[in-house]
Design a protein around this ligand. Structure first.
Ligand SMILES: *Cc1c(COP(=O)(O)O)cnc(C)c1O
Length: 475
């Protein structure tokens, strides 16, 4: 969560002054008698408010939030069927950790893990182990911890020692969760830079960064920056060759936050998952192309050997003795139930139809953006239903940050951002097509771009000064 500071003092220096405005209709309707007083914004009010008044205050303030369906920045699900909403509200009070109290919720979680193990071709689905998480970030922390512990167990004769530092190899395009993992768990992040028109990891370069302290290599399906799939099979082959040469046996984790729920349905011939013996673990975000509202992710290990037993906790104080592997303890059960509902509801064919529709829309939208003449595509939306584009050579009157800012006038959130090393010179716009972003909405977006372009072309040069504030890059 954002790290918030306390209230800034208001102009007259009194931070207690700031009060919420109560509509006189609600103020006068106080069932406790008298007029409802305006509650302070930054202190707990002294006395209760009637529920309707409290509801209005919160509801009205939230009207200023953006429209989730017009948010083309996020990968996270913004629409589910009403039936899923009903199930989720029925499970609001279920705590995922109370597996003894809610054994059926626990069973649905277990079935989801089994379905994913099958979908990702675990050689023996009954041997695969896995769990739900709050999202891919937690799943990546768990997978990274398993890699680190396995490496530490293999190197017990020389670690821990002052001069031995474990490292994790990845592309510079990793999602921020991997930088967090390395920071929090004191692992060196060895990043393969971008090079020319290669915007993700290069298998050979990754293998060259490996040494006896490498706990693993992360492959991403697909990249947050441009939606491209990293070549996981080639990465495994490069590491096979490394092992032949040097004896180093480096496992791979696949960060399938988005692609883990796209590739199995649309790219069945693409070999990226447990079919590759070197792939030890995989994560996905249930709340991205898993099509569930936020807070659910999944982490799976190929077999029990890939997840050291000593990381697994058993507690008996909730009754029962269920092994768990998680960073947090209590967690809502609703999202896991919604994931199971969606698996059951769509099946393979349903998921294929939904993801194909998103990819079709991404592909045709990318083509139409290219046809406008002012832009150059970096990706075409044919892997993740996501594409990135930049301004064409010769466009000097405006930049991608101007486009992002002007699109906001129509309610569209299309982020603009700079690429990481060695392509900091490149700034792009990115469009994420999700379920709920229809072909009709894509038409409206193109129409808005067509309307804006003549004005942008008349600018004397790029105008957006505060580039970060204008856009906001949503991983
Ligand atoms: C979104 C994303 C994450 C983080 O996932 P959350 O579910 O938001 O925690 C990690 N890796 C990749 C590649 C992602 O796209």
């Amino acid at each position: 969560m954002s790290l918030h500071q306390g209230p800034r003092p208001s102009r007259d220096g009194d931070r207690d002054r700031r009060r919420l405005a109560v509509n006189p209709f609600h103020a006068a309707a106080n069932p406790l008698g008298g007029m409802t007083e305006a509650p302070p914004a930054h202190r707990l009010p002294d006395s209760p408010l009637p529920p309707e008044t409290a509801y209005r205050l919160v509801h009205d303030e939230l009207m200023l939030d953006g429209n989730a369906r017009l948010n083309l920045a996020t990968f996270v699900t913004t629409w589910m069927e009403p039936q899923a909403g009903v199930l989720m509200s029925e499970c609001r009070d279920k705590n995922m950790i109370d597996k003894d109290e809610y054994p059926r919720t626990a069973e649905l979680e277990r079935r989801c893990v089994a379905m994913l193990a099958d979908l990702w071709h675990a050689p023996d689905p009954s041997a695969a182990v896995g769990c739900s998480t709050t999202g891919s970030s937690e799943a990546c922390m768990l997978a990274g911890m398993a890699l680190k512990r396995r490496w530490a167990l293999r190197n017990a004769d020389r670690y821990p020692a002052k001069d031995v530092r474990p490292n994790l190899v990845m592309g510079v395009n990793v999602q921020v969760c991997w930088e967090k993992f390395c920071n929090f768990w004191e692992v060196e992040a060895r990043q393969v830079p971008m090079e020319g028109d290669r915007f993700h990891l290069d298998p050979q370069a990754a293998a060259e960064l490996c040494d006896e302290n490498t706990i693993g290599v992360v492959g991403i399906l697909g990249s947050t920056f441009d939606g491209s799939y990293e070549p996981v099979a080639d990465l495994c082959a490069a590491l096979d060759a490394l092992q032949e040469r040097t004896g180093l046996d480096v496992p791979v984790h696949v960060d399938g936050a988005s692609g883990g729920m796209v590739a199995p349905f649309l790219d069945e011939d693409l070999v990226w998952d447990f079919r590759l013996p070197r792939v030890a673990s995989i994560n996905t975000s249930g709340h991205k192309y898993g099509l569930v509202y936020p807070g659910v992710g999944w982490a799976l290990w190929r077999d029990a050997e890939a997840l050291p037993e000593e990381l697994v906790f058993r507690v008996n104080y909730l009754g029962g003795d269920m092994p768990t592997f998680a960073l947090n303890f209590s967690r809502p059960g609703a999202q896991v139930v919604a994931q199971y509902y969606t698996f059951l509801r769509l099946g393979r064919e349903g998921y294929r139809a939904v993801q194909q529709n998103a990819r079709d829309i991404a592909g045709s939208l990318a083509q139409r953006v290219a046809a406008l003449g002012d832009f150059r595509l970096l990706t075409r939306g044919d892997q993740l239903p996501v594409f990135a584009f930049t301004t064409a050579d010769g466009v000097t009157a405006y930049d991608v940050f101007d486009v992002s800012r002007r699109l906001r006038e129509g309610g569209w959130l299309v982020p603009a951002y700079t690429f990481p090393p060695h392509r900091e010179d490149l700034s792009v716009l990115r469009v994420v097509c999700r379920n709920g972003f229809s072909a009709d909405m894509a038409d409206l977006l193109v129409a808005d771009l067509e309307r804006l372009l003549p004005e942008l072309r008349r600018q004397s040069g790029p105008l957006t000064r505060d580039k970060g504030a204008a856009t906001g890059f949503h991983h």
